[in-house]
Ligand binder design. Sequence first.
Ligand code: SF4
Length: 357
Amino acid sequence: MEISEILIYWYQEHKRELPWRNTDDPYLIWISEVILQQTRVAQGLDYFLRFTARFPNIRSLAEAEEDEVLKYWQGLGYYTRARNLRAAARSVMEHFAGHFPSDYRNVRSLRGIGEYTAAAIVSFAWNQPYAVVDGNVFRLLARLFAVDTPIDTARGKKEIGSLATALMNPSKSGLHNQAAMEFGALHCVPSNPDCLHCPLGNKCLGYASGSPQSYPVKRHKTKIRLRYFHYLHIVCRGETWLHRRQGKDIWTGLYEFPLIETSAPADFIALQTNETFRDFFAEAGEINVSVVLPDVKHILSHQQLHASFYRIEIERPAKALESYLRIPDEDLDGYAFPRLIRIYLDKERQLSGSNSY
Ligand code: SF4
């Protein structure tokens, strides 16, 4: 049997039943693929169901406010992807009369849709012969063919892309792609792949080499940037202060408390010598500080955040807070926060014994 046939046979026996597998609606396939790029299936499923219940089609997503879309994305991270989804939906309404385009180049022209997502959409929805190469397929092919070229190089990517295309049965591209992705996700897993019981065992050069886990080969180790965040949850007579993150940094468009970022760890005593801190509290009268969460580690793809949260009650707000939004405590829940801040708010709510904001 050919590799593609073996994968499809295996898939039909072992695949997980997931809502986006029982549809050829390109909109639902698109949403599921973008969600699954950043989370595991178990967690992604909840997000998918909630997101598509609120935005069941292109029109509903295109007409939604950005804040609401971000709220439904809250906790998934990579918020640019949520903004891109909405922008692409608007573009489908404007340029394709609300119908998801079936032409690969038109799909690729939509904001945030790269080669991988476009191939998934056109092959799953219309069985067009485009090979999908996600992380699971990369690993599978690098092992099957013992590819020594590092996969984080242009040459390595091209090599795997050509193998993926050559391996695919073009008349069953949708099924083949789903099978290869699922096989990589469930069987040819990153650590301890079950080579002994693998239906591809007698065709796998990685297995034959004696160390399948040494594939795929990588050239660069990603550098992790350490950052130290000190959040000030400033409270005055039932109100607090927020701002919306802007620019090209993480969490653009989400809300957060006044933040002081330092280049090295800093405790509260050191923080009080910070100029921004002093400006916030210069005219605040008596202040009452409690540390709700000291040094929470939060891992993002290329960054490790160390965050501390201080709840600080003040008598009156200083001028330095004027550029922030002043929010009644009970309205806080309506804002889209990064997951890190949501963790803090849950903890703070537990400690204060209140059920909601
Ligand atoms: S033999 Fe092992 S490394 Fe090769 S495809 Fe199967 S599980 Fe993956």
